[in-house]
Design a protein around this ligand. Structure first.
Ligand SMILES: Cc1cc2nc3c(=O)[nH]c(=O)nc-3n(C[C@H](O)[C@H](O)[C@H](O)COP(=O)(O)O)c2cc1C
Length: 592
């Protein structure tokens, strides 16, 4: 009896980092050596797919036999022969290596639109995308829709830009379509430089054709014949797969002259950026493509009229473009019904930090944070308590436990003092110091400030100095007011979104975790025992058996005591490295 066997190995960035390429080769080698492809199996192949979302379980492998899927987790190349002989050749899945209930819960609570093909199709094989109805939407748009009709559909879908600002996509396209010019541009913003964010790279690596298709449709709607995908060079896998996808499109006639047999032409190129965070800002990105220094400019006119090389330009985020083929294929009403009244569709988030299920998720806009963090994310690591979640990258705001029922949409997040950003979510537990956390994010924006405007360049530096003072135990009473005033000023006076949002982590933690600032300043105490200068280590006499582990490990020779009698720490010598705390098996070392 013939069988269909397909093995899908995660080779997104996380999968590759965990050994996905080696696992894939091991399966391909096993198939070749068994010589089974040509004998009694109708179809047997091992292929690469993009990110499957549940990155903590990588390398994830699907074995699909006659349509029945078994998913394995934490697979290494050494495990492949056993899966091959027991499951593939003999039909008995290897028990104990398969994913468990949490994997199914992780996926069943999501709604996959943008990610529906990531982890399913081979991103390097255009035919795989085509067999999943790929390029049908762009064919439809080019062969049977007028530009006005495409724009109306996108407007009715309620799609808002996923790059952070939430500007209505249909309106942006409409504005660009109105300006007359011999040359117009379509740009995809794949810069994604927020720490903790990997949504756009996962789409570029896992389903590059969806982005290209979205751009072709945009080009038709706005009358553009030239496009760029701006990706930072560090995203080498994304660059490689996008380049390959573009080449395949030219070969098939989906890019270039006379696409789908129509008289419509569209050329698309990759532009590799050097990795600056600020180059994700629309005007800075365009200057970067022009070969100039990537600095933002005041938006005296919108790029819909004068963008790249002063020509009408539409610039959208990766996820925004990847939504477009789905909207054209399934209709504006379907897309609109997935989200809230003011924002249609779903949003991809990258979940990271102190959470059990780190990974990539997609939920309808309006989903409460609680559902994301506890139902999909599986709650907090080690059973600790949830303290807050930073939404929107380094320029987002921290939302505390009491606001866990906040729904993720542009307005609700703004009301809570945060932003959607591009979709980073970093979770903190009771062991996180919120001032230290705000300092971490501000350090990033401070370093990444391009320096063009003074509020951002100098203002963030002054804020950072104040935070450094507070976390080292030298804070002053007036520092809180100073931080608030500076934050408001930088917000109002900065040239671009980097400066306008840079104070968010500080302002939001001041709003929700003010008692922590007060404890640091007034009591010279860090409640989460994180800030080094404010921690005191001591040894509980009644718990210390005198094993000497802390004494041996202390790099500063600060532990005193003889074997089998309680030890103590000489605080004059202690450098507060925490080694004694980490090595003590008896929990006798305390830090407060
Ligand atoms: C400092 C800074 C960095 C940004 N980085 C990105 C980015 O990496 N990707 C992105 O799509 N938008 C980024 N944006 C937003 C863009 O300026 C722009 O609004 C967006 O790409 C427009 O696409 P959309 O309408 O589809 O959201 C950034 C904005 C700022 C201020």
């Amino acid at each position: 009896m013939s069988k269909d066997i397909i093995i899908k190995v995660c080779t997104g960035t996380s999968g590759v980092a965990s050994g996905g390429e080696e696992v894939l080769s091991a399966f391909q080698h096993a198939i070749a050596s068994a010589g089974i492809q040509a004998t009694f199996y109708e179809r047997c192949s091992a292929r690469k797919v993009g990110c499957k979302g549940f990155c903590t379980k990588d390398v994830l492998v699907d074995v699909i036999i006659n349509g029945e899927k078994t998913t394995y987790k934490h697979i290494t190349k050494d495990m492949v022969p056993k899966i091959f002989s027991e499951h593939i050749l003999n039909g008995t899945p290897v028990s104990g290596w398969m994913v468990e209930d949490e994997f199914h819960t992780f996926h069943s609570r999501q709604k996959k639109v943008i990610l529906s093909q990531c982890g399913e199709i081979d991103p390097e094989d255009i035919d795989d995308y085509i067999s999943a109805n790929g390029y049908e939407a762009s064919r439809k748009a080019l062969t049977s829709m007028e530009p006005r009709e495409i724009i109306d559909t996108v407007k009715k879908s309620n799609l808002r830009g996923r790059g952070g600002g939430g500007f209505p996509t249909g309106l942006k396209w409409e504005l660009a379509s109105r300006f007359r010019s011999d040359i117009k541009y379509v740009i995809c913003n794949g810069n994604e430089s927020d720490p903790g964010a990997f949504m756009d790279t996962s789409v570029m690596e896992g389903n590059p054709h969806a982005i290209i298709e979205g751009m072709i449709i945009c080009a038709k709607a706005t009358g553009s014949h030239h496009g760029y995908i701006y990706v930072k060079s560090e995203y080498s896998l994304a660059v490689k797969r996008l380049k390959r996808a573009i080449t395949q499109c030219y070969e098939k006639g989906f890019l270039g002259r006379g696409i789908f047999g129509t008289d419509f032409d569209f050329d698309l190129k990759i532009f590799q950026g050097a990795g600056a965070f600020v180059c994700g800002e629309a005007t800075a990105l365009m200057r970067s493509i022009e070969g100039k220094r990537g600095m933002p400019s005041a938006k005296l006119w919108r790029s819909a009229e004068k963008g790249l090389w002063d020509r009408p330009t539409v610039l959208n985020n990766v996820e925004t473009f990847a939504n477009i083929p789905q909207i054209i294929a399934h209709g504006a009403g379907w897309f609109r019904s997935l989200g809230t009244d003011r924002s249609g569709g779903t949003k991809v988030f990258s979940l990271s930090g102190k959470i059990n299920n780190t990974g990539l998720i997609e939920v309808p806009l309006g989903t409460p944070l609680r559902e994301i963090i506890f139902d999909i994310g599986g709650g907090i690591e080690g059973g600790k308590s949830f303290k807050g979640v930073q939404v929107g990258g380094p320029s987002g705001g921290c939302i505390p436990a009491e606001l866990l029922d906040t729904e993720v949409d542009y307005e609700s997040l703004a009301q809570a003092g945060s932003i959607m950003g591009s979709g980073g979510m970093v979770v903190f537990d009771e062991t996180s110091c919120m001032i230290n956390t705000a300092k971490f994010f501000l350090e990033i924006t401070q370093t990444e400030s391009c320096g063009k405007c003074i509020p951002c360049r100098i203002g963030t530096k002054r804020m950072l100095e104040i935070l450094e003072r507070i976390t080292s135990g030298n804070g002053k009473e007036e520092d809180i007011l100073l931080l608030e005033e500076l934050g408001q000023y930088i917000r109002a006076a900065s040239l671009c979104g980097l400066g306008m949002t840079a104070p968010n982590p500080v302002l939001s933690t001041l709003r929700y975790f003010r008692n922590e600032y007060e404890a640091h300043i007034r009591d010279r105490r860090c409640p989460a025992a994180v800030c080094r200068e404010l921690i005191t280590f001591s040894i509980l006499e009644e718990s210390c058996p005198g094993c000497g582990a802390c004494k041996r490990a202390c790099p500063a020779d600060a532990v005193r005591g003889t074997r089998k009698s309680p030890h103590r720490i000489d605080m004059d010598m202690c450098i507060k490295c925490g080694t004694c705390y980490d090595v003590c098996k008896f929990r006798a070392v305390t830090k407060v």
